[in-house]
Ligand binder design. Structure first.
Ligand SMILES: Cc1cc2nc3c(=O)[nH]c(=O)nc-3n(C[C@H](O)[C@H](O)[C@H](O)COP(=O)(O)OP(=O)(O)OC[C@H]3O[C@@H](n4cnc5c(N)ncnc54)[C@H](O)[C@@H]3O)c2cc1C
Length: 328
């Protein structure tokens, strides 16, 4: 049986939603794996309470004043202390910027096998088989990790649903270790939270996503209007982000976010393999494109060959009409 250690990413005493999806990914291995959680930081006792009912065997806490700010060089030492205590087969990180940074540093420190940006995994003949996109999303590779030795994986958790609460309460283990102060050549300046208040695409059940076909930033505003009415998040292709229509934090695809909403509305998006790599697991895909041969239609359940700039206002108008007619 594989023993997994999941690193709990958090900020300002809030657990990242990705952590619940990683727990789901761990649970998807069924009887083949058990998992523990590991949280690092300063004054994080309250944090442990937030993750203590997700069926983890144990929750390791490294609570130390020198872990107040995110300094990966210091944090990796704390994770190493937990690894020495727990002796897991696999350490799992979210494939966020921080998670990938720590995963690579831990792999170097421990001389461990590393797979970053994985999209799925399974156990086969007692070995972990990890899937990831390669060659700019044109191919999917399956990597069989060695049975022996420590393995480190950072996982794009978007395709796994958030784990649900369980009745079992996990025991909390405090791990003491020497954490040096951040050295002189490193200065913590501060954390800038994203300025936009847009809904996180990785957590949305409906995504209204636009591409370069929307042509201007002003036209993109109608997507925000539609998204507000649907309670949806606004996503974008890289074409749209490169053009400045939407921040990169909302880019979907190989170098953006991986999402699996119930409904993905692709407006003026061509459907390049790199975009499909981030959204093809959506339950229902609706594509609107002026070009009948656009590859997005190959993954869409519903398609409309028309101008998105006409489609969106017409859809909003129809939604208003239906709302006016329905009894309040
Ligand atoms: C290493 C690498 C990583 C990458 N990572 C990503 C990634 O994470 N995400 C990503 O999206 N891309 C990524 N790309 C870029 C990707 O290859 C495409 O260039 C990009 O997805 C194109 O964006 P687009 O579909 O919006 O633009 P375009 O390719 O310009 O397509 C625009 C589409 O809009 C249609 N259109 C035009 N006008 C209208 C209209 N009025 N109404 C309706 N449809 C209209 C056109 O027919 C066309 O299909 C990556 C590329 C590389 C090499």
């Amino acid at each position: 049986m594989l023993r997994l250690l999941i690193c709990v990413e958090h900020r300002e005493n809030r657990v990242s939603p990705a952590v619940l999806r990683l727990i789901s990914a761990a649970s998807s291995l069924g009887e083949s794996a058990t998992f523990c959680l590991c949280a690092l930081g300063s004054r994080i006792e309250g944090l442990a309470q937030k993750v203590c009912r997700y069926r983890a065997e144990k929750i390791y806490l490294v609570d130390h004043g020198n872990l107040e700010h995110h300094d990966p060089r210091v944090m990796v030492r704390a994770i190493d202390a937990v690894v020495c205590e727990d002796k897991p087969d696999v350490v799992l990180f979210p494939a966020s910027a921080d998670g990938r940074d720590l995963a690579a540093r831990l792999a170097m420190r421990k001389g461990a096998a590393l797979v970053s940006n994985a999209t799925a995994w399974r156990v086969e003949n007692h070995s972990l088989v990890v899937t990831k996109s390669v060659y700019s999303g044109r191919l999917t590779a399956e990597i069989r990790l060695p049975k022996e030795g420590l393995k480190i994986v950072s996982l794009r958790s978007g395709v796994y649903p958030p784990a649900s609460l369980q009745s079992f309460e996990s025991p909390i283990i405090h791990v003491a270790c020497d954490i040096p102060e951040t050295s002189d050549d490193w200065e913590y300046v501060g954390f800038a939270s994203p300025s936009d208040r847009l809904q996180d695409v990785t957590e949305a059940e409906i995504i209204v996503s636009g591409g370069a076909g929307l042509k201007t930033k002003e036209n993109f505003q109608m997507l925000h209007d539609l998204a507000n009415r649907l309670g949806a998040a606004v996503g974008a292709s890289r074409g749209a982000c490169d053009a400045g229509f939407q921040p990169y934090s909302h880019q979907i695809g190989l170098t953006g976010k991986t999402v699996a909403p119930k409904l993905y509305l692709a407006l003026g998006i061509d459907g390049a393999v790199q975009h499909l790599a981030g959204m093809r697991h959506s339950k229902v895909i609706v594509a609107v494109n002026t070009k009948r041969e656009a590859p997005i239609f190959q993954v869409a359940q519903y398609g409309c060959v028309c101008d998105a700039l006409e489609f969106v206002p017409a859809l909003i108008e129809e939604m208003q009409r239906v709302r006016c007619q329905s009894p309040s």
